[in-house]
Design a protein around this ligand. Structure first.
Ligand code: SAM
Length: 354
């Protein structure tokens, strides 16, 4: 059976989220399940793969947060969706230079893809790492959760308001075996009951990820119980009004969303304003959402690049600054990527956000 048949499973149409879920996470053919899509030879590149400076800034941020929490003797660092393990590798190397912190932390990785777990295990040969299958597997210690380009990989549903009616977006396979979008009249779910927010208010288009909502609920319970926070980096926007942001990427280029299931990434822009409201409803405090460029500059990424480039030849210097520019320039990842930080109520830590 090929992926197309598995996706549709003898049905003519399926909701968009099921299409995304099967395309990305089918155990045999799913995009993330059969290969490592990250890197120059893959389909897209992420910040930790662009420059070590990214992971270094996050490592310093984690250590500062730990100190602000009173330097607890034990702390969990949790990366969700660790991809090829590059961010974690950079964290481990930087943490090793801070003895007290180095003796305190355990690094936990939560990864859905068995294939990527293998890639991570090959890269991360350290005894302080645990692979966990559920957030609830963490022991009761303060926790700092890091999510880079994680939330955008969670499947979404789309709802469209037209002709004074709501429709849900489906994906159908037609008589000629062509995959197409199809909008079907629907009654909207009771969003208020699901996530305490009346999402449909003032919207004509809704993108909704139930897995994302469930992650925020579980993470907020964990943080409320054990102290800590979630820092998350993703491409997205910071306004209430939603729009169709679904896109797909293959071989470092935008591609047609429906034509190549299993062989391309399907993502969407994160609505950070909604994520922040959600965290608030589940009793977390948050800092204002900032651009990735602003956050990294406040963390001292330019100064660190200057230090790293001392005694380097021209070619090596050019490489360091070229990579730095990709992370922070407004026309590259600097503005499109945003950073949000949710934390236990009352915690005043705000490094990088003010
Ligand atoms: C776009 S990659 C980001 C990789 C990495 N964070 C980086 O910055 O390079 C998304 C990652 O999230 C993982 N993932 C997707 N859904 C997941 C889930 N529900 N639970 C755990 N990991 C998941 C994917 O397998 C992949 O490792």
């Amino acid at each position: 059976m090929n992926l197309r048949s598995k996706i549709f499973n003898n049905k003519k149409k399926i909701p968009l989220n099921s299409f995304i879920n099967k395309s990305l996470y089918d155990l045999k053919y799913g995009f993330y399940m059969k290969k490592n899509p990250i890197g120059i030879k893959g389909d897209f590149i992420t910040s930790p793969n662009i420059s070590i400076l990214f992971s270094e800034m996050i490592a310093i941020w984690c250590i500062s947060f730990w100190k602000q929490m009173g330097s607890p003797k034990k702390i969990n660092i949790l990366e969700i969706g660790p991809g090829d393990g590059s961010l974690s590798l950079g964290l481990i190397n930087t943490f090793s230079k801070f003895k007290k912190f180095n003796n305190s932390y355990t690094l936990n990785l939560l990864e859905k893809s068995k294939h990527l777990i293998k890639v991570q295990k090959k890269k991360l040969i350290f005894n302080k790492i645990k692979w966990i299958s559920n957030i609830s597997n963490l022991n009761d210690e303060p926790v700092i959760i890091i999510a880079n380009e994680f939330f955008d990989t969670l499947p979404i549903k789309q709802y469209i308001y037209k002709n004074e009616k709501w429709f849900e977006r489906y994906v159908e396979i037609d008589a000629k075996n062509k995959i197409k979008f199809l909008d079907i009249p629907t009654k909207l779910p009771n969003f208020k009951k699901i996530c305490k927010i009346d999402i449909a208010k003032n919207q004509k288009f809704i993108e909704f990820s139930l897995p994302a909502v469930n992650y925020i609920k579980n993470i907020s319970n964990l943080i409320k119980k054990n102290n800590g926070g979630l820092i998350c980096f993703d491409y997205g926007y910071n306004q209430d009004k939603m729009f169709n942001s679904l896109q797909s990427v293959k071989n470092h280029k935008n591609s047609d969303i429906l034509s190549n299931p299993g062989n391309q990434d399907i993502t969407h822009l994160i609505n950070f304003s909604f994520l922040k409201q959600l965290a608030k409803k589940y009793n977390l405090d948050s800092e204002k959402i900032v651009n990735q460029g602003s956050f990294l500059k406040k963390m001292g990424i330019i100064e660190r690049a200057n230090i790293l480039s001392l005694n380097k030849n021209f070619k090596e210097k050019a490489d360091i600054y070229y990579r730095l520019k990709r992370l922070i320039h407004p026309n590259e990842m600097g503005d499109l990527f945003k950073v949000c930080f949710f934390k236990k109520k009352g915690n005043k830590f705000n490094l990088g956000f003010i």
